[in-house]
Write a protein that binds this ligand. Structure first.
Ligand code: 9G3
Length: 570
């Protein structure tokens, strides 16, 4: 491609609204342009990278026998009603109507559609297992799209679905795809970490996410040197603080006028935040529930939902809090509310003489002791676990890092085949529901993840495996110097003939502009052709990532550059 004819609108300045490195650089290097909130166009460079990553995904999935298909973006509401998800998902499910007023979903994922295909086409155990995948545009009407393509409302996902006669067969595919993802991200030159993940509303028995390490990643990953790793939604662990052993004191109400927050009350009563045990009112499957936890810790709603066996769990609105506690927001507590279901975090067990809300306006109670002043049937683990907490496996203090979730694998079990009556006949002619797995990989999100890990102050430094071009020829002063123009054209044709994806910067711009742009768009191998070099019979080669420079003889430049590109192709 000739730059003078290409649509590569680079910018010197960071766009003010972009917060992350990848978002800034994808805009500055002319890879994407925003159409509307969370919706992007991919310009030539962005599109080429997307295609490079898609092809790596295809090669690796095809190599393990997955079959590529393409399902419709749009699917009828009736299908989503069969699994109950039309109602479960709120505004995030992008719904549209056709000319007759019939309702449809713009697909955020395709469990329903693919299970419909399976129930119509597969009827014997002999046809199992099989795995299909698609690379397709997904729609999720995010409440707050941000970070460019990382949390977009329209994005490209590879989503795969596997069908099995039993869990054992599913486990084999789960492991195979897990290994495929490792190969894909290795080939994309990404530093990643598979972690245990919450299955969430999708259901199913287990799940892993692949996290690409990035300081601006939205996910927090808790890790231990023993190998344990999990997202903060899911992380198990022990709050290992040693608490002072105290004799239980006499319970007494204290006036805490207008003090609602932990800081205000702890400050006023001159106590440590951990001693002020907070009570958060939730509504789980329409029932009020009190979650009781140390004042300096947060409730993990995934875990609370798990303890309650609830599908839908939400923090109670003020009206419910007042009704349940008989007090304004900020004064709820476990004492005297035995009629409301209470879940007490196990971090409360070692505490003595705690302070809790008094279930009365402007009132707290001090010297409260569980067992005596409120009953605890069993202590549960509902705490958000983080850096510094003890590993549940080995007891060591855990660490944390931030990451971008680029893919996820799920064991779905029969959740979808049961609700959609998707069955096959086993050896004995008995109808059985498919056991399913599903596997996602955010292709457009991976573009951003690569930039997060392969960029510097000058711009993007693409790994050769996903670069939009493999070599960039920078012709200096090319409009005035015939020698430069001819040598550049010759090398361009030669490299293309040798199968090297080459971009020729034949623009009339100055050397400074060309070198700045070269560093910004990050093509791995840059060949500079200028009069001074030609006079010495050489061309300068510079590797974008290392900055390493070398000279190649102008006669043999094509073969020399090919050798360098091959060295980086791996
Ligand atoms: C929805 C909406 C958003 C969603 C889902 C459904 C996430 C939903 C989870 C998955 C699970 C796997 C196949 C590929 C890999 C991920 N957000 N999930 O099911 F209706 Cl609006 O998508 N699906």
């Amino acid at each position: 491609m000739r730059w003078s004819k290409a649509l590569i609108p680079t910018h010197k300045e960071d766009p003010s609204h972009a917060e992350t490195t990848s978002h800034k650089l994808m805009l500055r290097a002319g890879l994407i342009r925003k159409l509307t909130s969370g919706v992007y166009s991919y310009l030539p460079l962005g599109w080429r990278v997307l295609k490079r990553i898609e092809n790596i995904v295809r090669e690796e999935l095809d190599a393990v026998g997955c079959q590529e298909i393409l399902m419709p973006v749009i699917s009828p509401a009736e299908l989503w009603e069969e699994t109950g998800r039309w109602g479960v998902y709120g505004k995030e499910l992008w719904r549209v109507k056709d000319r007759n007023g019939r309702e449809f979903a713009l697909g955020p994922t395709h469990e329903e559609v693919v299970t419909d295909i399976a129930r119509n086409e597969i009827n014997s155990y002999k046809q199992l297992p099989f795995t299909v995948y698609q690379i397709q545009t997904k729609f999720r009407d995010e409440i707050r799209p941000r970070f460019g393509v990382v949390r977009a409302r329209e994005f490209t996902m590879k989503d795969a679905y596997s069908f099995h006669r039993d869990e054992e067969s599913l486990d084999e595919t789960y492991r195979a795809i897990y290994d495929v993802y490792s190969r894909i991200f290795d080939r994309c030159d990404l530093v990643y970490r598979p972690v245990e993940a919450a299955t969430g509303a999708i259901g199913g028995s287990s799940s892993h996410e692949f996290m690409v390490l990035s300081d601006t990643g939205e996910s927090e990953v808790i890790v231990c040197e023993c190998g344990y790793a999990a997202t903060s939604e899911q992380a198990e662990g022990v709050i290992a603080d040693v608490m002072p052993v105290e004799e239980p004191g006499a319970m007494e109400e204290v006036a805490t006028p207008g003090m609602k927050t932990i800081e205000e009350v702890a400050g006023f009563l001159k106590i440590d935040p951990w001693r002020l045990v907070k009570t958060i009112v939730y509504v789980a499957d329409e029932e009020p529930v009190l979650a009781v936890i140390r004042g300096d810790r947060e409730v993990n709603e995934e875990k609370l939902a798990g303890v309650l066996g609830a599908d839908i769990i939400e923090a109670a609105p003020p009206a419910v809090i007042e009704k349940v506690s008989g007090a304004p927001v900020g004064f709820a507590g476990p004492v005297g509310l035995a009629n409301v279901r209470q879940v007490i975090d196990r971090s409360v067990e070692p505490l003595r003489n705690i302070v809790v809300g008094g279930n009365k306006a402007d009132t707290h109670i001090r010297n409260v002791n569980h067992g005596r002043d409120f009953t605890v049937a069993s202590f549960e683990d509902i705490a958000q676990i983080g850096k510094g907490d003890a590993c549940a496996n080995c007891g060591k203090a855990m660490d944390s890092f931030r990451g971008i979730e680029v893919s996820q694998v799920f064991k779905l079990g029969t959740k979808y085949s049961d609700s959609m009556n998707a069955t096959f006949l086993d050896e004995n002619g008995k109808a059985k529901p498919f056991v399913m797995g599903c596997y996602g990989l955010g292709v457009s999100r991976t573009v951003a993840a690569v930039i997060e890990q392969h960029s510097d102050d000058d711009g993007i430094a693409w790994p050769m495996s996903v670069a939009p071009f493999e070599a960039l020829i920078v012709a200096l002063n090319n409009l005035k110097s015939d020698a430069v123009r001819e040598a550049a054209e010759k090398l361009y044709e030669e490299l293309k003939g040798l199968g090297v994806d080459t971009l020729l910067d034949d623009r009339p711009d100055s050397a400074g502009v060309k070198f700045k742009d070269a560093d910004l768009i990050g093509i791995p191998v840059r060949v500079t052709i200028g009069d001074r070099g030609l006079d010495k019979g050489i061309m300068e080669v510079r590797l974008r990532k290392s900055g390493e420079k070398s000279e190649v003889p102008k006669e043999n430049a094509g073969a020399e550059v090919l050798a360098i590109v091959n060295g980086l192709r791996g």
